[in-house]
Write a protein that binds this ligand. Sequence first.
Ligand code: COA
Length: 164
Amino acid sequence: MMSVKLDKTIHDRQQFDCGVESLNRYLNRMASQQSQKDNTRTFVLVAEQEPQRIIGYYTLTMTPIDLGALPDKLQKKHLNASSGGLIARLAIDKRYARQGYGEWLLVDALSRLLQASETVAFPVVIVDAKEGAMCFYEKFGFIPFQDSTHKLFLPIADIRASLA
Ligand SMILES: CC(C)(COP(=O)(O)OP(=O)(O)OC[C@H]1O[C@@H](n2cnc3c(N)ncnc32)[C@H](O)[C@@H]1OP(=O)(O)O)[C@@H](O)C(=O)NCCC(=O)NCCS
């Protein structure tokens, strides 16, 4: 399996359906434009035999950290930090759900963010989870922010330790 940067001349965005209309629409209409504008990057997981077919995708960018919503210990440690890496979207086509692709894509996204953080340091990765997906992220160690029902974070130090 491999993830590659979304290329609208190769990847068939129309056929992708994860069951959440806003996530389908983003891939279809926004992801490529937003990458061209250097606002976000979208990576797709493609089938080896059908490189145009999108099994899943994720979108990465940076986001401000609300330090006050982190646990006390992390607030003190990261007092001077302002940004975190953001997994803004992550979705698997319904036809491929519950076969391990979501986990694979999440690890791939975390690896890319960890690599990026070695050049431009940031202390946490944040996800904005759609309803029903909180448990998916909690399974992989993400911790809900104290003040938010949908946002979770994972310290980059923990990601480094578990991917080492
Ligand atoms: C959430 C989503 C990414 C999971 O992808 P997936 O390929 O079905 O998940 P996987 O097969 O890799 O599952 C990995 C583990 O997470 C669990 N899991 C999968 N979806 C879950 C969910 N919604 N809630 C809780 N756990 C979930 C699986 O049971 C599995 O656990 P196990 O190894 O103990 O059996 C996918 O269902 C999806 O795209 N949903 C719609 C879009 C969405 O809500 N995206 C979320 C972020 S915005």
